[in-house]
Design a protein around this ligand. Structure first.
Ligand code: ADP
Ligand code: MG
Ligand code: MG
Length: 250
């Protein structure tokens, strides 16, 4: 599904990803761990096609298509979803309206009919119930005045509504408390399916107690240095990054 080969990419002329390889199959949950500054968020942004991130080598294909040639909108339409590490607040725009626009933008790009306001509200209420978002948060402005936990739930709601094939969650540095970690984990577990894959970027070994990943990667110095099963996260907790990636020069 997702195939990243020898990816070199960076921002503002600085190379951050230095030959990164990663393959994700349908239905798999991959966790990427790694020390601060190893380029984990950069990888997420490069996959989503964020402005300013330049690919200088290697390839990224998704369902056989060259992702690097696609606009962010085309990537979303293809089913790639990036949850924001720091969710944006959008005063003046109702959450339900924002979500419907996001869904309809994807539908339009796919050449599918748009969803009417009434049909969307029905869908949204169903999804909100599934992921545990209170109804009043649907009417409020996007993330505006939401607590940290409510923002996390809202992010999971976006995921539930947009139904991506590949969801990338970057939880690094975001200071999640244990309840928010649980929210993310429950959301991911509920939305896991044989067709949907996840890349969960995290500092927190604890998150992986709740989301049991199929594959764990350790990223350092812009490369995936180690890959293994879920036990790799435990080993990492025990030994620390230095011991696990110590042999690799910066
Ligand atoms: P991680 O998510 O693993 O902590 P990042 O992808 O955020 O790592 O950052 C990787 C490296 O790239 C860091 O050294 C960081 O300082 C640098 N970096 C990130 N964003 C920028 C930017 N906009 N301009 C220059 N350097 C950046
Ligand atoms: Mg960081
Ligand atoms: Mg980061």
């Amino acid at each position: 599904m997702l195939k990243i080969e020898n990816l070199k990419a960076g921002v503002e002329g600085k190379e951050i990803l230095k030959g990164l390889n990663l393959q994700v199959k349908p239905g798999q949950v991959h966790a990427i761990m790694g020390p601060n500054g190893s380029g984990k968020s950069t990888l997420a942004y490069v996959l989503a096609g964020r402005d300013g991130y330049e690919v200088s080598g290697g390839s990224v294909t998704f369902d056989g298509h060259d992702v690097t040639e696609m606009s962010p909108e085309e990537r979303a339409a293809a089913g790639i979803f990036l949850a924001m590490q720091y969710p944006v607040e959008i005063p003046g725009v109702a959450n339900s309206y924002f979500l419907r626009q996001a869904l309809n933008a994807i539908k339009k790009a796919r050449g599918e009919p748009e969803v009417s306001a009434a049909a969307f509200m029905k869908l949204l209420r169903e999804k909100a119930a599934v992921v545990g978002v209170r109804e009043d948060l649907l009417k409020r402005d996007v993330n505006f005045g939401f607590s940290g936990g409510e923002k996390k739930r809202n992010e999971i709601l976006q995921l539930a509504v947009l139904e991506p094939k590949l969801a990338i969650l970057d939880e690094t540095d975001s200071g999640l408390d244990i309840d928010a970690l649980r929210t993310v984990a429950e959301g991911v577990n509920r939305l896991r399916s044989p067709e949907r894959s996840f890349i969960v970027i995290t500092h927190y070994q604890r998150l992986l107690d709740y989301i049991v990943p199929d594959v764990v990667h350790i990223q350092a110095h812009g490369q995936i240095q180690r890959s293994g099963g879920k036990e790799l996260a435990g080993e990492l907790e025990e030994k620390g990054y230095d011991a696990m990636i110590g042999a690799v020069a910066a």
